[in-house]
Design a protein around this ligand. Structure first.
Ligand code: PMT
Length: 400
């Protein structure tokens, strides 16, 4: 799976830099073509000579090669790579990556790379636990970067053992799994994400707390597995970078409905993760509504139900997945929605579960299936929840 892959290994200033030599050797053994890129402080911890001896090529660390003055193109490097693995990734480099501070060859390569990025943090526990580091790591996750850590899969609140760089053989196994999965989802998938905003006047709207994180994690997961994704997003600040994700930004439920219906026909599946407003103000005021001191009544009219509309026109071969965000009578409400909207399965998340639902980086789901199956999952990162949902989607659509 890794044979013939072009891998950039980025090495930064950390005591764990020696492990990078094992990583490079392991990747070469698997048949990869490896190019090492080092930050200036990376060279304080391991010599470029060791690494170039392993790869058979000069290590890149400066914009210019000192003796010839020739230019090292970070753009060409970024295009050449099938993967960029930054191991060890120091707190400083992680901060620069999160904020686009391109003051060395490795960061410019990162910013130019079109390939998936894997980051193995290495620092002491206090640095790792600092909110600044955690926020930067979260930013990298939201860019679709893969963070590989020893306790990956557990949550950031359980910080014991964190900060230590993951072992080279585990990083290699992670890459193997990634490439094994990558080309398996040869499907066109439509995803709705985020909230909708229903205008009241030029300055106000009715909305909800959806951040788009769950839907965007699903889009990244599908794209990483090789799917062609159309992501219809309500107003959110999350970003997508994967080239296989075509993003359509909308504001209101009606816009989301029209966008979803216009592209559903040739999709293999649709996952409806958006928190769509069920009602909208009957009238939108042209001018800002003024305070009058009196009680104000706003007439609301129903919005179209996107899931139900797709459920009506869905062909047998198409898989339709819905979400149910509940606060009470969770299972029976979710089952009712699955039935009414003609969904193949529904993903239930409840606001009764701490760490689940809106805005947070984690979710706790139960998948309810048409054949009566019920699968409960632990609280996980939304990226991991997305993977569980896509595993189920693959199973259900393979059985059609
Ligand atoms: O965006 P995050 O902050 O990460 O939060 C994620 C989430 C909590 C929004 C997400 O996990 C979730 O539960 N999304 C669905 C929320 C919701 O509105 O559920 P619902 O029970 O109201 O709707 C049921 C299903 O019908 C959903 O698939 C919804 O997308 C769909 N629907 C609802 C109304 C409507 N007019 N059109 C629809 O398509």
């Amino acid at each position: 799976m890794l044979k013939g892959k072009n891998i950039i290994v980025g090495i930064t200033g950390s005591i764990a830099a020696y492990k990078a030599a094992y990583l490079v050797r392991g990747l070469i053994k698997k048949g990869c073509d490896v190019q090492v890129v080092m930050t200036p402080s990376g060279k304080e911890f391991i010599t470029p000579v060791t690494l170039s001896a392993l790869t058979g090529k000069p290590v890149v660390s400066e914009f210019f090669t000192a003796n010839t003055g020739s230019w090292n193109s970070h753009v060409d490097l970024g295009l050449w790579a099938d993967a960029l693995v930054i191991a060890p990734a120091s707190a400083s480099t992680i901060g620069k990556m999160a904020n686009g501070i391109a003051d060395n060859m490795m960061i410019t390569t990162y910013l130019s790379a079109k390939a998936p990025v894997f980051v193995a943090p290495a620092m002491d526990l206090d640095m790792f636990a600092h909110p600044s580091t955690q926020r930067n790591l979260q930013t990298l996750r939201s860019y679709g970067n893969h963070i590989i850590e020893p306790t990956s899969g557990e949550l950031a609140s359980h910080l014991i053992g964190k900060g230590r760089m993951e072992e080279p053989e585990v990083i290699i196994e992670y890459l193997e799994n990634f490439f094994a999965q990558k080309e398996t989802l040869k499907k066109k998938i439509l995803i709705t994400a985020g909230p909708t905003h229903e205008k009241l006047d030029p300055v106000r709207f009715i909305g909800n707390y959806s951040s788009g994180k769950m839907g965007f994690a699903l889009a990244e997961e599908c794209a990483n597995r090789g799917a062609e994704v159309t992501l219809i997003a309500g107003p959110v600040s999350v970003k997508t970078i994967h080239p296989n994700i075509k993003r359509i930004d909308v504001e209101s439920a009606r816009e989301m409905h029209d966008a979803a219906l216009s592209c559903f026909e040739d999709q293999d599946a649709a996952i409806l993760c958006a928190a769509v407003a069920d009602y909208r103000p009957e009238n939108i005021a042209d001018m800002k509504l003024k305070r009058s001191g009196e009680t104000m009544n706003i007439n609301l009219v129903p919005n179209p139900d996107i899931a139900a509309a797709l459920g009506q026109i869905k062909k047998d071969a198409q898989t339709l997945v819905g979400f149910a965000l509940e606060t009470n009578d969770e299972e029976s409400n979710a089952l009712g929605k699955m039935e009414r909207k003609n969904l193949d399965f529904i993903v239930l998340n409840s606001l009764q579960d701490k760490g689940a639902g809106f805005r947070v980086d984690t979710n706790k789901i139960t998948i309810l299936n048409r054949n009566g199956d019920k699968k409960e999952f632990a609280l996980k990162l939304k990226s991991e929840v997305a993977s569980d949902i896509i595993d189920e989607l693959v199973k259900v659509s393979d059985n059609k």
